[in-house]
Write a protein that binds this ligand. Sequence first.
Ligand SMILES: Cc1ncc(COP(=O)(O)O)c(C=O)c1O
Length: 436
Amino acid sequence: MTISCSYIHATMKDIFQKCFDYQDAKFVKASGFYPFFKPIAHSKGSTVFYNGSPVVMIGSNNYLGLTHDPRVIQKAKEAIEIFGTGCTGSRFLNGNTVLHDHLEKKLADFVGKEETLVFTTGFLTNLGTIACLVGPDDIILSDAENHASIIEGCRLSKATVITYRHNDMQDLEKKLREIPKESGCFIVTDGVFSMTGDIVRLPELVSVKKRFPKARLFIDDAHGLGVLGPKGEGTAAHFGLAEEVDLIMGTFSKSFASIGGFLAGQPDVIDYVRHRARSFMFSAAMPPASVATVLACLEILKEEPQRLEQLKKNLKKILDGFEKIGLAYIPSETPIVSVFVGDEGKAFRFVQELFNNGIFATPVVYPAVPFGQALIRTSYMATHTEKELEQVLRVFGKLAPQFGILKSQLEVPTELTHKTQSYSWHETPGTLQKCL
Ligand SMILES: Cc1ncc(COP(=O)(O)O)c(C=O)c1O
């Protein structure tokens, strides 16, 4: 049978149709509560300015408050003078500078691994590393709350991906026992989970892993680096277990006030990734000013351990304050403190009202969390002032009862506020339109 051309054209699907049908963002914009892509006119430390008005930033990942440190800015400027504004090519070919090599050595010392490899972003680090180390015959065991870049890396690897319940090491062990003996096995987890500030239960994970000697462990420490550990070396150092973790990745887009990512591990593995990870080989190198920024941040962190102490003090002030107000916040040992709101529409409206009162926080809604379990993610810097933190508490204290988001006014999933059970980020059907 021959199919005529006109018949094929008439039945072909338009891949853009889903875009024409997509209404969620338009609907939220029309409601006046669209909270994304707010254009910052300029910023000064922990305060950002919109249309000339100052707003206290509690929605960034600038945990050490180093983005505006004059010493960091000076080093970035000097790097531009020496190397220009960009590398205009992959490190593999023409984009490698002595600064990149120097940073790799410093990072290896910092996290306690033999060798590191610097990528252009953290996302590309996860994508390239996972996809080149794991293949179709292997199995990845991935925490249910892992970051999107891990999920994409897992997809790209074509390995079988088995998700274990969030931070549930019994579930991990059960699933490890079920995998075929001949398969390679990669256990992948965030060190600090970005939405809730949870820390991986690493001592338990390591003891499970020891029962499976060939399994390899990878930690994404985007949010632990610069924050946890005696000197900010990250989650593995926090538990004194750096040697038990095969690979540590980190990003420079949080504590290190820049952009970029790295992988740390044993030399043969790093060298393999250097010559096989396509997101490394076929993407332009991290700009010299960004590399110099990270080097300056590492130096400051070494010289000023009091920054970590100040960050802890700021965190304590906020946790005590949230407790006093009666908010349904998620207990945290990291600078990420999320507050349970539940309803998506309420989360958008609450964030807008915070903003109107001079506070910038971010809503976390479906599909980042299960539908109907929206959070307000707040995060703190070592450089937040006493006055700024008091303003945050005052505004939350004023608005929370009006919005009905006190513990006493809500039904809060107990696994969130007590962390007794795992809380799974499973996909739940729903649309944002339903709730506004
Ligand atoms: C846990 C985690 N991993 C990886 C990334 C990606 O890092 P980058 O922003 O450097 O691409 C992020 C960024 O949000 C993250 O939170």
